[in-house]
Ligand binder design. Structure first.
Ligand code: ATP
Ligand code: MG
Length: 326
């Protein structure tokens, strides 16, 4: 038997933040080799929250640079745009018949987005975006999907669609599982439970050290810790969560200092910024390389798209055959 497959994707909305890394990208890199990976640039998905496509290409290139700088290996795993493989939209149309509107309206991730982005009237396409995601995953017969916590309900919808298709037309698709990391929902600098570009509470993977220092200085901490010596509650502090991820060895000491009041927020944030900068340094160096070798990045995309198309065509011909549409 061949290796199991991973389908992983992100929307090209610009440079990535450390939440994208801890929630998804870090796992993508970890599972390279063990699984066969397909890395999707979900450009059609951007339309759910932004109809202005004037920057979509530049954002795509920025994101691919982030992926490469973080350590994705395009020789092994194709990197490709959803919009360039037309089978995604074809399978999406078929899958749209296999799920009810009521089921999509119950999706908690879309409910969160509607609240956070203050959407008054959701579009048909936005409501149906988990269906396109199901097509993204199943077109490559993905067995596993490494995602952040917000995406788990979508993987569940994908499983339901796969089951429904298989019962109706014959078994073609696997029922994929989500692969969650330990930091599957990294909080934002403003204390929101999710770091998110649209909430403007991010540390970017490409942020220079003084930018990281500045952002952390302004980060929200325990509101009950007002003066330096007040005892704090690490469990409600996002800076403590960042320490757990980027500075694990000092965590017991920081926890003790915070609780007793011996460690003030200013010093705690300085320590945290230093560790995040240490983590980002090699990444930024690799990023600089790709920024000055954009042609290499474009070649990687062209090659990935060729390989993805081959796979997509194979699956769609099975689908057409199973449905008597051949
Ligand atoms: P943003 O809201 O910042 O634009 P997004 O959620 O739109 O980001 P997606 O392309 O939807 O970005 O997500 C890419 C992947 O990153 C998904 O697997 C998602 O779960 C994960 N992710 C995004 N933000 C976080 C976070 N704060 N913590 C953990 N994982 C995250
Ligand atoms: Mg999202």
């Amino acid at each position: 038997m061949g290796k199991k497959r991973i389908l992983s994707g992100m929307r090209p909305t610009g440079k990535l933040h450390i939440g994208h890394y801890t929630g998804a990208l870090e796992n993508w890199i970890k599972y390279q080799g063990e699984y066969e990976n397909f890395h999707l640039i979900a450009d059609y998905h951007v339309l759910t929250t932004n109809l202005d496509t004037s920057e979509i290409y530049d954002n795509t290139i920025e994101m691919v640079i982030d992926w490469l700088a973080a350590g994705l290996n395009p020789g092994e795993s194709p990197i490709f745009r959803q919009s360039q493989v037309k089978e995604h939209t074809e399978l999406y149309l078929i899958f749209a018949m296999l799920i009810t509107a009521a089921r999509l309206e119950r999706n908690p991730t879309v409910k969160d987005q509607v609240r956070d982005l203050k959407i008054e009237n959701i579009t048909y396409g936005h409501l149906g975006y988990p269906v396109l995601q199901a097509a993204d995953i199943l077109l490559y017969k993905g067995n596993a999907v490494p995602v952040g916590e917000d995406q788990v309900p979508h993987v569940e919808i994908t499983r339901e669609i796969a089951r429904r298709f298989n019962n109706q037309y014959g078994k073609i698709f696997p029922e994929p599982e989500p692969l969650l990391s330990k930091f599957a929902r990294l909080p934002g600098l403003d204390g929101n439970a999710k770091m998110s570009k649209s909430l403007n509470n991010t540390i970017l993977l490409s942020d220079a050290p003084d930018e990281v220092n500045k952002k952390l200085r302004k980060a929200v901490t325990d509101p009950q810790k007002i003066r330096r010596n007040d005892p704090g509650r690490p469990e409600v502090c996002l800076v403590f969560t960042y320490h757990q991820k980027f500075n694990p060895t000092e965590v017991p000491e920081i926890e003790k200092g915070c609780r007793s009041g011996a460690l003030g927020c200013v010093d705690c944030k300085l320590k945290c910024a230093a560790k995040i900068n240490e983590f980002l340094a090699p990444f930024i160096e690799k990023r600089n390389y790709y920024e000055s070798h954009i042609d290499e990045v474009k070649d990687i995309l062209a090659d990935g798209e060729k390989r993805a198309k081959e796979e997509a065509r194979k699956t769609m011909s099975e689908v057409h055959k199973a449905m008597n549409l051949g």
